[in-house]
Ligand binder design. Sequence first.
Ligand code: DGL
Length: 283
Amino acid sequence: MTESPIGVFDSGIGGLSVLQSLQEAMPAEHFVYWADSGHAPYGEKSDLFVRQRSLAIAQHLIKKHHIKALVVACNTATAAAIHELRVQHPHLILIGVEPALKPALQLSKTRHIGVIGTRGTLGSDKFHRLLANLQDQADFTVQPCNGLALAIEQSTHLALGGQATQRITELLQGYTREMGEFGQAPGQMDTLVLGCTHYVFAENVLRQLLGPQIQLVSTGEPVARQTRRLLEAAALLRSGPGPRSLAGRISLLTNGDLTSLQAAAQRWLGLTHDACQRADTQV
Ligand code: DGL
């Protein structure tokens, strides 16, 4: 079982930002990544749809790839499906992601924190409970960013890339303006939580718009640490980091556009094109 891969999935390429951190934290592990790009974006679809997709992908990764753990590298899918995934797979090591409000509280000096995410995540009961528990410790300005995950998804597409990159800037300009003032002065937001794994890939645009002082908080590293802890506790960690021969294999599957995934995997993980394959479209 230690030789089995860790399964990771997202609605598309966003979870590659989590995979980056997982691979850094556990270079000896094998990973199988499912980009559900044929059904992206999740954030503006119903909970039921996202839950059904998450359950089908989990089932497939367990049956066909014999995964030893599953990382739901998607805030929207975690909010909609983590409970049901735990019920259906009580013995599987399961890790979800949620907007990093608690880490942001440690960083913010002005105690005014911005949160961006998909409509699905920010409208979920799970997020409302998280927010309610922390609301007495800071002000939170919460902004759903419709269209942003899709634009990021399309930015790696050969034909749509240029237009999508422009769209990312336009959308973020509009949404951050709507949120209010960012800065270090009292009352201003000095910290922004990226509550969608896709948004990590728009960090450069956000830095340009908000300036270098604003702290951008994402979840990749804490999720990777937690995954490592759970595998270690279950004695399922593949030994390493060690000699080169022990380096893990990464295999990426997509039911969307293969060349887009290849471009994203090369750009953000330095992977060669043969790491990516077409996924079984029956899933
Ligand atoms: N990357 C996902 C998230 O973290 C989903 C984005 C989407 O498909 O709308 O929420």
